[in-house]
Write a protein that binds this ligand. Structure first.
Ligand code: ZN
Length: 537
């Protein structure tokens, strides 16, 4: 029995799989690549061990194993303390903590469970690595495993080279760390380029009204408008929007230009659109244009803190806040409601002209992680409209969870509208989603993306709430908007809409592009190469 524990196989197995076991018992969602990468490492190191007897290579291998064990120790500590998997957002949060605080922080979170898990892991790893007994090849089976080890090493190198991503190949903390370091550098460059563009590109902007004004742009996530009661869905998913219908304009024919976050927001929030095909990094953003016009700009987000295009846009804002940092990068139980205090703070800022972006997590990916328990309101079949009447129980559960997340987004919108009602000055809020989501509406699929795209993945809600002061100050704009409720519009021109809606005059835009101007001319809406109005089924 004893010799099993001296085998390199045991050491590698324990170093890679004990952390995974801990992570699985603390974290609700773990990516498949964590298991795959660890299996790959087991075969690679276990096999290579036969070839490295008594050479300096053996020492290198022990060093690598020690490093991977350190990585495993971090994974254990992080999962058992915060209930999350290390991601680049965790690094982002850690980078903002100074080392002194970091130490205090560890002490504050030390518990019997996380300390004993850590001590056990480190003790077993140390014993295993010290007593490891490397063997030379004696049997056919050992030769086979040695060959497999070499093959896995080749596959690992090829995977990193091919995909340019380390976290798929190197599991846990180390892989994420390498990707973070590389991504961080790239992001810093993108931010710098955007600041330079803003400083050097000549463009004119001017407010046409000096009246104090507050605008809130709420960006939803993965919201299919057919799941909103306010758009005719048979379930009470949007009571707050229903209650505010007097001040609300509901646009029924708005689509996103893509079915994915990044490409959609790149064109929605900048002067780039599908017509001019400009590259995002050459295009001034709504944040930049409003800022130059004299608005104080805010970016408040529950999304990942290092991601294009939102991070570079947030960096342009006068103030930005990613609540991911307050949660040490952990996504579990991080609901959009935690954004509200930051929005309240922004609203109380003394600046006379404010533009506040609020980027929600909305209905992203794991629907059931997007709302607190008390919002788990839908659990039966009532009001469900799906591609089949014969839904499986897991499909129905996804639909219910999705509708709960929609209901929670409605709750957030209600709170935001309540906050704006306290403003005496001109105030308005717009709400749209970056793209839609298929939730077994038209086929046996849930999610979004360019492959197998459906109408539900691009048909998004677009709502405008504006107070009486706005309607009195800008009656012509308001009348135009009221006449546009059925007009076809694509989200890639939100930049132009925004400038027009906030009455910012600019040479970056023409009235024909501005949805709220009387001169607006609809253009064909070609999404993924097909005309949405003519060629989509
Ligand atoms: Zn999205």
């Amino acid at each position: 029995m004893k010799h099993y524990f001296r085998s390199p196989w045991w050491a590698v197995f324990f170093i890679f799989f004990f952390p995974l076991l801990v992570v699985h018992s603390y974290v609700e969602f773990v990516r498949d690549s964590e298991l795959n990468a660890r299996l790959g490492w087991l075969l690679m190191v276990g096999g290579l061990a036969y070839l490295l007897r008594h050479t300096w290579l053996q020492k290198i291998m022990l060093g690598i194993l020690a490093l991977m064990a350190l990585s495993g120790a971090f994974d254990i500590l992080y999962a058992s303390t915060f209930g999350g998997v290390f991601t680049s957002a965790s690094f982002e949060a850690m980078a903002l903590t100074d080392t002194h605080e970091g130490w205090e922080f560890l002490l504050a979170y030390a518990s019997f469970a996380n300390v004993s898990l850590l001590v056990f892991y480190v003790a077993v790893v140390t014993l295993s690595l010290r007593n490891i007994d490397f063997k030379t090849i004696e049997t056919k089976r050992q030769r086979f495993f040695a060959g497999l080890g070499v093959l896995m090493a080749v596959v690992a190198v090829q995977q990193v080279y091919d995909r340019g991503r380390y976290f798929d190949v190197i599991p846990g903390f180390v892989g994420v760390g390498i990707d973070y370091a590389r991504g961080h550098e790239g992001m810093a460059e993108i931010i710098k380029a955007r600041q330079q563009l803003y400083a050097t590109k000549p463009f004119s902007v001017a407010m046409s009204s000096t009246e104090p004004q507050t605008y809130v742009v709420v960006i939803g996530e993965s919201m299919n408008r057919h799941h909103l009661q306010v758009y005719g869905y048979g379930r009470p998913t949007t009571p707050a929007l229903q209650a505010n219908q007097d001040s609300l304009l509901r646009f029924d024919n708005v689509v996103s230009a893509f079915a994915q976050t990044s490409p959609s927001l790149q064109v929605a929030l900048t002067e780039a659109n599908l017509q001019n095909k400009w590259s995002y990094d050459k295009a001034i953003s709504l944040v930049g244009a409003a800022k130059k016009a004299g608005f104080k700009t805010f970016w408040i987000s529950n999304q990942q803190p290092s991601r294009t295009p939102t991070t570079p846009l947030a960096a342009m804002a006068d103030e930005s806040h990613f609540i991911s940092h307050d949660f040490k990068g952990v996504e579990n139980h991080r609901y959009d409601g935690y954004l509200l205090p930051s929005v309240e703070k922004a609203l109380s800022d003394p600046a006379a002209h404010k533009l506040i972006f609020v980027h929600l997590m909305g209905s992203h990916l794991q629907y059931r992680n997007r709302y607190p328990e008390e919002f788990a309101l839908f659990n039966g079949m009532d009001g469900v409209k799906a591609y089949t009447d014969d839904l499986s129980s897991s499909q129905l559960q996804y639909i219910n969870e999705y509708d709960n997340s929609v209901r929670y987004t409605d709750f957030i919108l209600g709170k935001l509208m309540d906050l704006l009602k306290q403003q005496k000055q001109i105030a308005a809020l717009s709400f749209f989603a970056d793209h839609g989501e298929e939730v077994f509406d038209s086929k046996d699929f849930k999610g979004h993306g360019p492959d197998g795209v459906t109408k539900n993945m691009v048909e998004i809600p677009f709502l405008l709430w504006r107070n009486a002061a706005y309607q009195q100050a800008f009656p012509e704009t308001d009348a135009v908007l009221q006449s546009r409720l059925q007009t076809p519009f694509m989200l890639d021109d939100f930049f132009h809409f925004g400038l027009c809606f906030m009455h910012i005059q600019s040479d970056l835009t023409r009235p024909v592009q501005s949805w709220c101007a009387p001169e607006f001319e609809p253009v064909s809406r070609v999404i993924y190469g097909r005309d949405y109005d003519k060629e989509w089924p």
